[in-house]
Ligand binder design. Structure first.
Ligand code: PLP
Length: 292
């Protein structure tokens, strides 16, 4: 039930369908966003909507897809998807994909479709995971877009390795995967950026092999506010093993402590004090309780 915004119109959930010859289904050229709306004193509010819309347009630009709507229209579509489904808290999925008018790799004559769905998806991880932290496994799959532009795009095709990595992690009794880049440095989680805290300095991989996360940027802003020194640089996997604290960030995962990587306990083996502080600041910000 509910409504999905599709190419400029609100259509009933069941009718928001696409053909089996949809080009993006075959070749994967498409991009999307993951956005959240939180319940605030002023009603549902979409956190960092402008930043997500900007990134969606950058992703489409990188993929050479011409957006048939303006950013204002996309923002209005996201607000409408939350409002018209009477959602208080929501996960939103804007997506840009190619139509079914033709096959073959030459896709410049195909229609670019845009949709925004919104539904209730309260938590990606359990409350215990948010408090106690999760177990993570370094993946045998790599983030393969080092040195190519694709890590700047939240592109459909980039998620094959993420999914294989997550399956592998779950199969070995962990909750998330950590992907390395092609040179063996830490890149990111299957759908999250990573931070480590060591000797009072916060470290996060530079933007060569990870997505330019919007939550990552929010955390960097908080760290500056707290006068915590930050280094954006390449991190090795053993630096994560010996970190005082480690956590993932992402729209879905929010701020998620990591208590173990590859069977090595990180720090005290539970959510560290800075992770807890940043998590608190994040939840205040999304709920409109702080200026951030
Ligand atoms: N890295 C990847 C591969 C992602 O899919 C996501 C999720 O959107 C992130 C990082 C975190 O980005 P954000 O904080 O903008 O949600």
């Amino acid at each position: 039930d509910g409504l999905i915004w599709l190419d400029g119109e609100m259509v009933p959930w069941r009718e928001a369908k696409t053909h089996v010859l949809t080009h993006t289904l075959h070749y994967g050229l498409g991009c999307f966003e993951g956005v959240r709306a939180y319940s605030t004193e002023k009603g549902a509010a979409i956190f960092r909507m402008k930043e997500h819309t900007d990134r969606l347009f950058r992703s489409a630009h990188i993929l050479n897809m011409t957006m048939p709507f303006s950013k204002d229209e996309l923002n209005a579509a996201q607000c409408a998807a939350v409002r018209e489904n009477n959602l208080d808290e929501a996960y939103l999925r804007p997506m840009v994909f190619l139509g079914s008018e033709g096959m073959g790799l030459r896709a410049d004559n195909l229609k670019v479709h845009v949709m925004v769905a919104a539904w209730s998806w309260p938590s990606y991880m359990s409350p215990e995971a948010k408090e106690l932290g999760i177990k993570v496994r370094t993946s045998s799959y790599t983030r393969h877009h080092v040195n190519i532009t694709m890590c700047k795009a939240k592109a459909n095709g980039n998620y094959i390795n993420s999914m294989l990595a997550l399956n592998e992690a779950i199969a070995s009794g962990c909750e998330e995967a950590l992907l390395l880049d092609n040179e063996g440095y830490v890149a990111e989680g299957s759908g999250e950026n990573i931070f480590i805290m060591r000797d009072g300095i916060l470290h996060t991989p530079e933007l060569t092999s990870c997505l330019e996360g919007i939550t990552r940027q929010t955390i960097l802003d908080f760290a500056r506010e707290l006068n915590i020194p930050v280094k954006e640089r390449r991190i090795t996997r053993d630096e994560v093993y010996v970190a005082d604290e480690a956590f993932f960030t992402g729209t879905a995962a929010e701020v998620l402590p990591i208590r173990e990587l590859d069977g090595r306990v990180i720090g005290a083996g539970k959510r560290g004090p800075l992770t807890e502080k940043l998590q608190g600041m994040y939840f205040d910000a999304v709920k409109g309780k702080s200026a951030a």
